[in-house]
Design a protein around this ligand. Structure first.
Ligand SMILES: Nc1ncnc2c1ncn2[C@@H]1O[C@H](COP(=O)(O)OP(=O)(O)OP(=O)(O)O)[C@@H](O)[C@H]1O
Length: 310
């Protein structure tokens, strides 16, 4: 597959001096769904804004469908559809008019058949004469997508497409995004939700504090996420982990009262029972045990940790 977006050494320093992007390199393949994951303030919106020409980079290069975003802004911009985080439409406008108007903004000739097709694809055709304010939240989001697709872009950015929506609507949105990819459009979405990336993405990028920490096929990342954390609450706290426990990936918490063990839940031998036996042998009594799925946050933490150690 050929790449449709090429990002090299992208940096952004805001006027405040804050470095929101610290040299990002990334290529997006044509036709893929790429999920950009990261905690609040990681730099996701900054990156999208730069690619879409809303913010200026401080350094680096970005090409979209072969157009450099600085030297050939129009060419790059016309290849992109953007669905921003905030719903921004004229509430009194009618659905079909707002979508037709958006197309015109890009200097594309009027094409009623194409507008009809996207409205039908997005199940908005029946609502084409409704004013935006008369629509449900889910329908409004669909209108935003229709507007973003109105000029036939090759790349569609969805910034937090399901932030603050209920579970049912989230599932609808996932289905819709899956259908959109069948049309050949490349989709880049940002999200906080690991399930969203799990459901939708071919590849996932994790961004944290302005740095792209990893880019991986989703299935490989999910394997990493298959880890679990076992917390063992000791009866009596300990000052340090005894060397006899060095075979397990352990850490000490809660002022020596809790031992945490990160293990691969999919492995045949997780090491849990042998660890508990060893604790017994060492005379370390425990009063409670619990396990939880490692969250994306745990992955961030371990990535940041690894980076510091390196
Ligand atoms: N105009 C600005 N001036 C100074 N700092 C800014 C500006 N815009 C954003 N930032 C800072 O840059 C960092 C990255 O912000 P950005 O909005 O890109 O994050 P994000 O990953 O999209 O987060 P969220 O998930 O909360 O939307 C944040 O620390 C933010 O405070």
């Amino acid at each position: 597959m050929a790449s449709i977006i090429n990002i090299r050494g992208l940096t952004k320093r805001y006027a405040s001096g804050f470095e929101a992007l610290k040299g990002v390199d990334l290529s997006i393949e044509e036709g893929e769904i790429f999920a950009l994951l990261g905690p609040n303030g990681a730099g996701k919106t900054t990156m999208i804004s730069i690619i879409c020409g809303i913010a200026r980079p401080t350094g680096g290069e970005v090409q979209v469908a072969g157009h450099d975003i600085a030297r050939d802004y129009r060419g790059a911009r016309s290849a992109i559809g953007l669905v921003p985080q905030e719903l921004s439409t004229d509430q009194f406008e009618r659905v079909i008019d707002t979508v037709t108007f958006s197309r015109g903004l890009f200097g594309k000739p009027r094409n009623d058949a194409y507008v009809e097709k996207i409205l039908r694809d997005l199940s908005l055709w029946d609502k084409r004469h409704s004013k935006i304010l008369e629509l449900s939240g889910g329908m409004k989001r669909r209108v935003m997508i229709a507007k973003a697709l109105s000029h036939e872009p090759r790349v569609l950015f969805l910034d937090e497409p399901t932030a603050g929506v209920d579970v049912e609507l989230r599932r609808d949105m996932w289905k819709l995004i899956g259908e959109l990819r069948q049309t050949g459009v490349t989709i880049i979405l940002t999200t906080h939700y690991i399930e969203e990336a799990e459901e939708m993405a071919d590849r996932v990028g994790v961004i944290n504090r302005g740095e792209l920490m990893l880019v991986e096929e989703k299935t490989a990342l999910m394997k990493k996420l298959g880890k679990k954390t076992l917390t063992i609450v000791l009866i009596d706290p300990i000052a340090t982990l005894p060397p006899e426990l060095a075979d397990w990936d352990l850490s000490l918490h809660a002022e020596g009262q809790e031992i945490e063990y990160i293990f691969d839940a999919q492995a045949e031998r997780t090491g849990v029972s042998s660890l508990l036996r060893r604790l017994g042998d060492l005379g370390l009594g425990y009063k409670d045990l619990n396990t939880r799925q490692s969250s994306l946050e745990d992955i961030f933490v371990s990535l940041v940790h690894q980076e510091k150690a390196a």
